[in-house]
Design a protein around this ligand. Structure first.
Ligand code: ACM
Length: 526
């Protein structure tokens, strides 16, 4: 029997080869599925029709002969599955549609990589090795964040991206929709958010940090950027993602990263004359003010956001809100005194708690970057630890949930190689494929109870230096393949060399989908 590891990414919990002739998919193969698996079976049938040209029979009855059968086992957890492939039959057993979907993804990886193609190939030998796989995720939050503010991706590119991350068993697409450089979400009650806030004159040429040093200032590129997602497009994308068991986490930044919003509605900011939508990267001083009308505005926006995104979590940013505008504004200083607070950090904490209470009233859970710990943590908030591990450690000790997003390990906007001369311009920092694969999300020093507060891990794609979807894909893959293994596969993880061995075939899957990944330097032989 063949003992080479099957090229499955992420590696499953347990995989035993069966000593039988391969299963062969043919035009007569029948797919059998009763509820709750009918939609998953249709998803599989559609994929197989796309790559083979065969319209396989789908039935709710059991069948003899070559078949792919879905079976129910209520004892499994909701994302778990078993996949048994024998010469005659494939059986995917799950308790819930999510588990069955992940069984389907693993089955697709047992078939030739052309299974992900859009060209029908009925001539191919569509065979899969016989195996018994028992699998379940290590973490329940397996996320990737995409920044659509700095650069704006067409919906078709986001659908392709969501398809690919779902193949890797990610289940959260964190959508960074607003920032200083652009507001990208249609809000019916506040049309200027997109009419004004989605447009900027240009973007920096070269590296924005170099631009701050006068000698290297290349100025702007003179290319206007504008665009936003209509509510119809958002509903369509949410449904598309849900069909792939990916939830979309919308992020609406406050109190900082608000320059595009305030350019549209200066009355919610602190300056008599608002700054325009920003044309440079970096941390900006523009904050929302803390007047009642501003909270009414934010709550109106969040009300429309909640209607669009059914996910129980909503991200309110909270990062990098530097405070000079609050420090220099007499009305804000008077407000701090009136509330009996000590300083601007406590005012931010008060701000976040107010929004948390609003979200709770609507049965939503607040997620924020780890700065929401400063000045006192909101009771039920989930913390995304990005400046290191400390945010997560503090949150977990406090009894709050945390998601590991630390820079540099899972900052997929950082360079992928120490040889940065050979890489396209990036924001800085470094996290190689090996570095991502080796990342352990549970920080040292937590008790088992505290460690259970670490609900998952997430990669970040900030797009200052990713102007196109193909550049986004270059930065995302194959590091997201390694991250999928961190998020899904059991600890201890397979060795990096084992992962690289599986990745060679896995990259063929990305090739047929035209994913513009970075070829790992590890394969380069001089
Ligand atoms: C962040 O990278 N500012 C969360």
């Amino acid at each position: 029997m063949n003992a080479t590891p099957l090229p499955l990414v992420p590696a499953p919990n347990r995989c035993d080869r069966l000593d039988q002739a391969d299963f062969v998919l043919g035009s007569a193969t029948v797919i059998t599925a009763a509820e709750p698996f009918a939609a998953t079976a249709r998803f599989l049938a559609h994929r197989l029709e796309t790559c083979t040209g065969w319209k396989l029979t789908l039935t709710g009855e059991s069948a003899a002969g070559s078949r792919i059968a879905f079976a129910h086992d209520a004892a499994l957890s909701s994302e778990a599955y078993t996949l048994r492939v024998t010469t005659d039959a494939v059986t995917i057993t799950a308790a819930a549609p999510a588990g069955a979907f992940y069984g389907v993804q693993t089955l697709l990886q047992l078939l030739p990589p052309a299974v992900f193609d859009v060209q029908p190939r009925p001539d191919l030998n569509w065979h899969a090795p016989c195996v018994e796989i028992k699998d379940a995720p290590r973490f329940r939050w397996r996320g990737i964040m995409v920044d659509s503010s700095r650069y704006f991706q067409p919906v078709a590119a986001l659908k392709k991206f969501i398809d690919v991350i779902a193949q890797h068993k990610f289940n959260v697409f964190h959508w960074h929709l607003v920032d200083d450089q652009g507001w990208r979400l249609e809000i019916k009650k506040y049309p200027k958010l997109t009419a004004v806030g989605s447009k900027r004159r240009e973007s920096p040429r070269g590296h924005s940090a170099a631009n701050l040093q006068k000698a290297h200032n290349l100025g702007g590129d003179g290319c206007p950027i504008e665009g936003f997602y209509t509510q119809d497009e958002v509903r369509d994308l949410v449904a598309y993602a849900a069909a792939r068991h990916v939830q979309i986490l919308p992020e609406i930044e406050m109190p900082g990263h608000a320059q595009a919003a305030i350019a549209a509605y200066p009355e919610y900011g602190l300056l008599p004359e608002a700054k325009p939508v920003s044309c440079n990267w970096g941390i900006h001083e523009t904050l929302f003010n803390t007047k009642p009308a501003t909270f009414a505005f934010i709550e109106d926006v969040l009300t429309e956001v909640m209607a669009l995104f059914p996910f129980e979590y909503l991200h309110i940013g909270g990062d990098e809100a530097v405070k000079p505008q609050w420090q220099n504004d007499p009305a804000t200083q008077a407000h701090i005194k009136e509330l009996g607070l000590k300083n601007e950090d406590e005012l931010q904490s008060w701000f976040i708690r107010r929004i948390e209470a609003f979200l709770q009233k609507h049965n939503r859970k607040l997620v924020g970057w780890d700065e929401i710990l400063e000045g006192g943590l909101a009771k039920s908030a989930t913390v995304m630890s990005w400046r290191g591990l400390e945010g997560a450690i503090e949150a977990a000790k406090h009894g709050n949930d945390a998601i590991m997003c630390p820079n540099p390990f899972v900052y997929l906007d950082h360079y992928q190689s120490g040889a940065n001369d050979h890489e396209p311009l990036g924001i800085g920092g470094n996290s190689s494929l090996a570095n991502v694969h080796g990342y352990e999300p549970i920080p040292d020093g937590l008790t088992p109870t505290q460690a259970r507060r670490i609900i998952g891990v997430q990669g970040q794609l900030w797009t200052e230096y990713m102007a196109t979807p193909s550049r986004l894909e270059y930065m995302a893959f194959p590091r997201a393949c390694a991250l999928a293994e961190v998020a899904w596969s059991p600890a201890p993880r397979a060795a990096f060399a084992d992962f690289l061995g599986r990745l060679t075939t896995h990259l063929r899957r990305l090739d047929v989908q035209d994913v513009r990944y970075r070829a790992p330097l590890e394969y380069v032989r001089l």
